[in-house]
Design a protein around this ligand. Structure first.
Ligand SMILES: Nc1ncnc2c1ncn2[C@@H]1O[C@H](COP(=O)(O)OP(=O)(O)OP(=O)(O)O)[C@@H](O)[C@H]1O
Length: 244
């Protein structure tokens, strides 16, 4: 399996605080990779470095074999990377369709093609509402799907999902898991930050656990679930019993 993102000894310091320390890892093309860990573990900082919102203090990041360590964030979408944000920020007074169309304008100014792309992406994520509805008036789960759709409209090869399931009930999470699988089946690689362990275990091919800025464990859901360091630092002693 080829690799779409490679991180080598990536460190990020904010003043005296080391948010990410010597992280090395890979995201395989067409995989769903999960990033989990306690609050403040460095997950969003790692995301922000892949998306080039921040540059690492040291280390290297490669995207499709290109060194993007010092790339500009505004160039990342054209290179094939899109992201969602922890706090959803739709253009609330625009329709769902118009929101999705914004991203699609990156590649063409042909309004008909943009609308076609937006409708296609809305179908892929499984938007259930009328696409002419004002974005603010949609349900929680449709707002989440809209976030994913807006990022997909850019036409990415890799999408970074930052706690996209936060605030959703179990049924809504199941729907979003289904959406993520469909997105991956459409050929888009996914890196996802998520606090719900059960969801991440069922969704991901590979999981990284970050702890105090460092990679604690890396592996398949099964490997992670059975790792003593993961259980004692993050999953908890009851995890194994609770999940089985
Ligand atoms: N721009 C910044 N300036 C200074 N410190 C920062 C900045 N961004 C993050 N940090 C600090 O870096 C550490 C890692 O934060 P980060 O947001 O990456 O963690 P996280 O794992 O995403 O946490 P959460 O699950 O709460 O979102 C924290 O101590 C945080 O306060």
């Amino acid at each position: 399996m080829s690799v779409i993102v490679k991180m080598e000894h990536v460190t990020k310091q904010f003043g005296g605080l080391t948010a990410v320390n010597d992280f090395s890892g890979e995201i395989e093309k067409n995989a769903i990779v999960g990033l989990i860990g306690p609050n403040g573990a460095g997950k969003t900082t790692l995301f922000n470095m892949i998306a080039n919102y921040y540059h690492p203090t040291s280390g290297k990041i490669y995207f499709k074999d290109q060194d993007i360590t010092e790339a500009r964030t505004e160039d990342m979408a054209r290179m094939g990377l899109a992201r969602t944000f922890q706090v959803t920020k739709p253009f609330g007074d625009m329709t769902v369709l118009q929101n999705i169309m914004v991203g699609a304008f990156l590649h063409t100014t042909n309004a008909r093609q943009v609308e076609q792309k937006a409708r296609e992406v809305a179908g892929l994520v499984g938007m259930t509402c009328d696409l002419d509805m004002i974005a603010n008036n949609t349900t929680t789960v449709d707002k989440k799907k809209l976030e994913i759709a807006r990022a997909l409209a850019v036409g990415p090869e890799l999408i970074l999902l930052d706690e996209v399931m936060a605030g959703c009930n179990p049924q809504e999470k199941l729907e979003l898991v289904d959406t993520c699988r469909k997105v991956r089946d459409a050929g888009v690689t996914i890196l996802i930050i998520e606090h719900d362990i059960k969801t991440i275990m069922s969704l991901c091919d590979k999981i990284y656990i970050l702890h105090r800025g460092e990679k604690l464990v890396e592996g398949t859901p099964e490997q992670v679930a059975n790792d003593k360091r993961a259980i004692s630092a993050y999953l908890g002693e009851d995890f194994d019993n609770a999940e089985n």
